[in-house]
Design a protein around this ligand. Structure first.
Ligand code: NAP
Length: 313
């Protein structure tokens, strides 16, 4: 039986839970932690499964062919010194896409129906009805039209929103205005009331939403960031919230996580802080997808779709 290394910075209980479920799903492999693998055995390891790993731990395995992440975002691995000959597979899980779509819908409605403001009014015993916008009059735009962006657009399509989206390459989506490439982004932003970010973090998307681009949004626009904190320049975001150009931001992801105790975002009246919960990995479905991919590889040498290192996602 072959050994598969499970490498993670999670706590001991979480690691034990992953090991147990992966071992159950992969009965013909020995799934173990790097410290349970000696030097001779390490040379035979060709597949590693990772959950937020310290990339240095992968150096222990000189003959790795590919790595399966149980997370959807893999920017930390791409930024590491990991050999470029090692293929990288990220988690693509319809259950995660569904969870993200539900989060997007929930927090879009939160913004549309002024729930943050009503929460604050209740704190102040303030009885004031705020103007509400009908779905049909609300322009909702999604940045990133991949696994998560598509699922989000699909669920938002059940309401009457004026939908638009943006991706790197051109696409055609029925009933949804599509924009692609950097030159078309300004045009999309100018026609957006609620902007939802589902872009991966890459060299091209790092601080993509800076002061200049955020200023292209109409006054009073609102933002949801559910992919990675560093896609938005948070200083620019705070500036535009403070000068009333932007009305509210729902942030689930931050450049530094957990968010530092003294970060101004915690107390900002126009910011809703969430602790990276918009689409957590589901242990059971992720383990069965990983096991299916590894079993197919063992049987037919076929790897699942891999991350394209040139574009960074
Ligand atoms: P994906 O399937 O790889 O889709 C990425 C999308 O972004 C694609 O539409 C791609 O365009 C577009 N894109 C990438 N770079 C671009 C650029 N420079 N300009 C314009 N568009 C660009 O990714 P996914 O599975 O939807 O996941 C997206 C991200 O969500 C992950 O990378 C991860 O960081 C984050 N995430 C967060 C959570 C959470 O709980 N908060 C959970 C899971 C994932 P093309 O279609 O043209 O390729």
């Amino acid at each position: 039986m072959k050994r598969i290394a499970f490498i993670s910075e999670l706590d001991a209980t979480a690691k034990a839970n992953w090991l147990a479920i992966l071992q159950k799903q992969l009965p013909n492999e020995i799934v173990c932690l790097p410290e349970q693998i000696n030097d001779a055995q390490a040379k035979t390891v060709d597949v590693a499964i990772v959950a937020n790993p310290d990339p240095k731990q992968l150096d222990q395995f000189p003959n790795l062919v590919w790595i399966h992440s149980v997370w959807a975002g893999v920017e930390k691995l791409l930024d590491s010194t990991l050999s470029t000959s090692i293929k990288l597979v990220r988690l693509i899980d319809p259950k995660m896409s569904q969870t993200m779509a539900e989060s997007v819908l929930a927090w879009t409605l939160y913004l549309q129906r002024n729930m943050a403001e009503y929460g604050q009014q209740q704190q102040n015993r303030q009885w004031q009805q705020l103007p509400s916008i009908a779905s049909g009059d609300l322009r909702v735009s999604v940045l990133g039209v991949g696994e998560l962006g598509l699922a989000a657009l699909q669920i938002l399509g059940h309401l009457d929103y004026q939908l638009a989206c943006w991706s790197r390459t051109p696409k055609q989506l029925a009933g949804i205005e599509h924009y692609s490439g950097h030159t078309e982004l300004k045009g999309l932003l100018a026609k957006t009331d609620i902007l939802i970010n589902l872009l991966p973090l890459t060299a091209k998307t790092h601080h993509l939403l800076d002061e200049a681009l955020l200023s292209e949004l109409p006054q009073g626009a609102k933002i949801i960031n559910f992919s990675r904190g560093a896609v938005i320049d948070s200083n620019a975001l705070i500036k535009l919230l403070n000068n009333d150009h932007l009305a509210h931001a729902v942030l689930d992801v931050f450049e530094q996580e957990p968010l530092l105790e003294n970060d101004p975002l915690w107390q900002h009246p126009k910011v809703t802080v969430l602790p990276h919960i918009s689409a957590p990995t589901d242990l059971n479905s992720a383990a069965s997808i990983v096991a299916e991919n590894i079993t197919r590889y063992r049987q037919s040498n076929i790897l699942p779709d891999c991350v394209d290192r040139k574009v960074g996602y």
